[in-house]
Design a protein. Sequence first.
Length: 394
Amino acid sequence: MNREITKNIYAIGALDWDRRLFDELIPLPDGTTYNSYIIKGNDKTALIDTVDPTKTDELLKNLAECGVRNLEFVVAHHAEQDHSGSIPAILKAYPKAKVVTNPKCKEMLKELLLIPEEKFITVNDRETLSLGDKTLEFIYAPWVHWPETMVTYLREDKVLFSCDFFGSHLAASSLYIVDEAKTLESAKRYYAEIMMPFRVSIKQNMEKLKGLEIKTIAPSHGPIYQKPELIVNAYKDWISDKVKNEVVIPFVSMHGSTRVMVDQLINALMKKGITVKPFNLTGVDIGELAMALVDAATIVIGTPTVLVGPHPSAAYAAFLANALRPKTKFASIIGSFGWGGKAVEAIAGLLPALKVEILEPVMIKGYPKETDLAALDRLAELIYNKHRGMGLGD
Ligand code: FEO
C-alpha cells in the first residue's frame, strides 16, 4: 500500500503485524513497521530508506503502485538491515538508482550487503540534494543508535525523516498517531531498549535539530508525528538528568527466601511514598524492565545464590541494566544464600557502566529472620534518605 503524506510524498513501507522479537532479543508486543518514503520532485525521485529483507516484495509492489518508473536516489540513513536490507533488490529493479549516504554508512553497506562502490554517492553533514522543486538536507546524527546514522530534512515541506530517532515498534493501520498515550508508551519502550545507552549523543543530536522548523516527523518505525512536540518533549524528559522517586527491583527467587525479602522491601518503600516497580525475572518482558529503568533513581537486584554466584536470571538483568546505561543514581543487591557464595561481588562486578552509588547490600543466610527484615527496612530508609537528598519525594 502507498499513502500520500503530503503532495508528492508517499509512505510506502511495510507493516509487520506478527513480528514478536527484534535482534532475537527485544520483545515486540505490538509488532513493528519498516517505514520507507518516496519523494517525487519535479525533476528527480528519491526513496528514503527501504524495508526489512523479509518485506522486499511488498516494497517493490508499493513502488510500482506509486507509479515510480524512474528512481534516481535511494537515501540510506542507517546500515542496519531492517532499513537497508532491501537496497540490493531496489538497485536491481532500478539499475540507474544511486545510494545516497555518508562515507561511514557506505562502508558499512558495502560490508553488510555487498553493494559495489560505484553505486554510491556520499554526502557530507548538512549537504543538500535537489530533486527539482524539493530539497533534501542531510544531517548526520551519529549514535542514534549506530555511528553512521543520519536523518534527512525536506526543506520545502518541513518534514524530518528521522530514521530510528523518535521511532516506535508499533504496527497500526493508521499512518498517523491515533492514540497518543499508546504511541508514547511504544516510543518509550523503543528509546529504553535501543537509544538509552546513547543518551549523551542523543542530547547533542537534539541540539543539532533545534534550528529546524519541523512540521512533521516521519520516523523509520511506527506512526508519523504531525505534532512533533509530542515526541520531542518526551525525548527531552527521557534524556534529561532528572530521575524519579522510583525503585526498580528485578528479582528471582528459587525457594521463597528472596521473594520474602523483596516483599519486605517493596512494602517498606511504599510506606515511604516511593514508587516501586518489581520485576519477577521468571518470564519477564525485558522491554518493560528497560522502560522502568528510564526514570528510576534506584535499582535493587534480588537474587538467590546458585553455585556460589548469583542466579543466572539476576546476572542477566544486571548485565542488561549495565548495557542500557540508565541514569539511575543508586543500586543495591539483596538475596539469600545457603552456605556461602559471592553473589554480591558478582552482581556488582556486572555494573561497571552504571554511575551509581552502591548502597549496603542485604545478603542473608537461609530464610529471612526478624533481624534480616529489619535490615531491609534500613535499606528502604537509606534509599528514602538518598532520594530526599536529591530533592525527590516529599
Ligand atoms: Fe530500525 Fe537501527 O534499525
